[in-house]
Design a binder for this molecule. Sequence first.
Ligand code: URP
Ligand code: ZN
Ligand code: ZN
Length: 467
Amino acid sequence: MKTVIKNGTVITAGDTIKADVLIEGEKITLIGKDLPTEGCEVIDAAGKYVIPGGIDAHTHLDMPFGGTTTADDFFTGQRAAAFGGTTCHVDFALQQQGDTMVNGIKMWKAKAEGKAVIDYGFHVAITVPTMESVNEIPKLWDEGVSSLKVFQQYKGAFMVDDTTMYLAMQKAAESGILIMCHCENGDVTDIVTKQRIAEGKIEPKYHLDAHPAAIEAEASARAIALAEVTGANLYIVHMSCEESVEQLRIGRKRGAPVMGETCTQYMFKFEDDMRVPGYEGAKWACGPPVRKPKDAAYLWESLKDTTLLGVATDHCSFNYEGGKDGGKPGKELGKEGFHKIPNGIPGIEDRMYVMYHNGVNSGKISVNRFVDITSTGPAKALGLYPKKGTISVGSDADIVIWDPEKEMTISAKTHHMNVDYNAYEGMKVKGFPVRTILRGKTIVENGEWKQEKGAGQFVARGKAQLL
Ligand code: URP
Ligand code: ZN
Ligand code: ZN
């Protein structure tokens, strides 16, 4: 099966060129001017951009969390991702108490099996702080997993102490595994939460008191210091504020092996959205929390100047009004107190066009940097490159035909995520994916779904590049 994409503008992280792209089977085999079309399906991309499929470095599908399970599973979440122009994501598998990390990975592979419609990989979180867990780290390679998550947050659940973190980083450095870290001081969150609840301060806005920017910055600095002394490569996830990204900037300047991502929601949702009267603020409860507009401005600058390597979603969907008709409980669980709100915000579908419209159309970033932060950077940082994350001969033909003129208004009424609200409700965007191609096969075309359930593949990842 051969396909030629004709007349488009190919955009990679480094180049903008008028060229045709030949796809043979699942791979890109030629890029050039006026490629012959004989024996090929022809896709006319005149007036459109031809960009690498989006890569979301941070998602949570079918994850038990906060007394419930995320609303999106591997089918609904990945299908929504494809509608938004994302063709690959890396999800977080969790080590279960009393069990191994390898079994955690196997459990998450089973969740995706038969449901996947785009390609995917896994990070795994170490949650059992023992030497057995630490000594298991080199075995992650056998599972095709090249990154290990440590939590400095969620005391009593996923959080590990500094000793475990140090030992895990030492072992990761020896075995070439990337450390991903949720940087927030979980001891402080825990005690402030207990104090507020004891005072009867139960509304969603008190979630902000338990997650101040200073404890994200402190935990980031601590993780960076441990990366420096152990030599582990560190990737800080979901950086939300100026204070923590400042620590990233300082660490990188002195040569620490660290890189960081932010997430789409931190540019558009703010503390004031959590302070609204009533319970509505629960929609935006996540950790680290949403911050201030000045933080969003700093994040945009840091994406532009490459201090931040990319933008993920941390897609972790819970219905605002969950538990209806036997469905999974959702955000309503926190009506008894903000400490019971399942933390997370949906966005796997929206990331590409929200970032394009607000980044490229407004002149904050170039279209090449847009490709870099949504696809190429994450691919390099997670050991997926050059199989994924670029348009290059030999790469998987994961391609999005992007119409820079197409306009759309975002709404939960029309999105494909299995959740009853949207963080970008009512936002009008210009620039939208009109065709999503996964390994040479069109899976979405002009809003029409064309993929078979189960056709997405697990991708065994290589060694991460430190960007
Ligand atoms: O609030 C969040 N971020 N939920 C997902 C779990 C995590 O910490 O990444
Ligand atoms: Zn986290
Ligand atoms: Zn997360």
